[in-house]
Design a protein around this ligand. Structure first.
Ligand code: 13P
Length: 335
């Protein structure tokens, strides 16, 4: 295991003042997003959309890495340059989503398990050869009546551990993403309880299965009351609960922590991220670097400007840069 290279990549990914763009929507998710803006859901539209994102002038000032989907890492710009090569030339680290999404977890009603371990070693080797230097795997934790179960959390964490250790063997920094789902009627205290349990379990299992935490990035949900709870959490409440959870559950040795947007609106997630940045400053610093790694929280406004039309590409790229810049400011609590 080339630990020095892994540490170097992890450090680069967590460069202060920048974030990670998650552009790894699956084909079906991407198609739904295209349909929502009136664009044709087909391969060429998906390619044009990713090209719009990756060629936005100056994007490298705001992102250290971009998470790609399998079909995207194999795709290219209009002039035939592979997207990965284009990103590497800009100093942006290509990251690859390697899980194969979730399926129902038999015996555990309302819970899901992530697939994708079969043949993973060979896939990781191929992605490394293509130029990827980090990978992402998403597990899902639903909150509901009697949910989640500890058994389901543990099982998903074991899959994350197997994936993470394989990544490190091959030279990819694992981004471990146990997403505690925002959708639901749960309150803030329940979100904190579940996120704390999930993260504590995750790090126990990762350590047990010999994953090097210094070469691991955590991608986590912010801690907030559920989307259908009568009392939405204020940004100050989100910041306090999130930092308290991380303090209680994440070992200091972890290379960095990034946040997903998880269905919060772009305005909401940026306001919450800004409050986290402010509280981080007030607390005099944390053991880990924090950054954003939003997909919907960044891309929704871009898609609304683009609408699938070539005449809107430049305006959509400007919108992307504007949203990224706002989130970089929020990272420092400066909004
Ligand atoms: P969202 O920011 O839309 O939650 O996506 C982040 C991600 O990478 C999901 O796996």
């Amino acid at each position: 295991m080339d630990t020095e290279s892994l540490y170097k990549t992890a450090k680069l990914l967590m460069t202060p003042g920048k974030g990670i763009l998650a552009a790894d929507q699956s084909v079906s998710t991407m198609n739904k997003q295209l349909e929502a803006i009136g664009a044709t859901p087909e391969a060429e539209t998906r390619r044009l959309y990713r090209q719009l994102l990756f060629t936005a002038p100056g994007i490298e000032k705001y992102v250290t890495g971009i998470i790609l989907y399998d079909a995207t890492i194999r795709n290219h710009t209009d002039d035939g340059t592979a997207f990965v090569d284009h990103l590497i030339a800009k100093g942006v680290i290509p990251i690859i989503k390697v899980d194969k999404s979730t399926v129902p977890f038999e015996g555990f009603p309302g819970e899901v398990v992530t697939e994708g371990l079969d043949g993973l070693k060979e896939r990781l080797e191929e992605y490394f050869k293509m130029g990827a230097r980090a990978a992402k795997w998403r597990a899902v934790v639903n909150i509901g009546d009697g949910l989640p179960t500890l058994d389901s959390i543990k099982f998903n964490c074991m899959l994350l551990a197997r994936y993470a250790r394989l990544c490190q063997e091959i030279g990819l920094v694992p981004i471990v993403e146990p997403e505690v789902i925002y959708e639901g009627t749960h309150d803030l205290a329940r979100a904190e309880e579940v996120t704390t349990l999930t993260l504590r379990t995750l790090f126990t299992v990762l350590t047990q299965y010999r994953v090097d935490l210094k070469a691991t990035i955590l991608k986590t949900s912010m801690v907030l009351s559920g989307s259908k709870n009568a009392k939405p959490s204020t940004p100050e409440e989100v910041a306090e609960a999130t930092l308290q959870t991380l303090d209680n559950a994440v070992p200091n040795s972890v290379a960095g922590i990034v946040f997903l947007s998880g269905g919060q609106t772009p305005e909401q997630v940026t306001a919450n991220f800004n409050a986290i940045g402010k509280l981080e400053k007030e607390s005099g610093g944390l053991p880990w670097a924090l950054a954003f790694s939003f997909s919907r929280g960044i891309e929704q406004p871009v898609q609304e400007v683009w609408k699938g039309k070539s005449e809107n590409v430049s305006a959509a790229q400007q919108k992307l840069i504007e949203v990224l810049e706002r989130n970089c400011k929020a990272d420092a609590g400066q909004l």
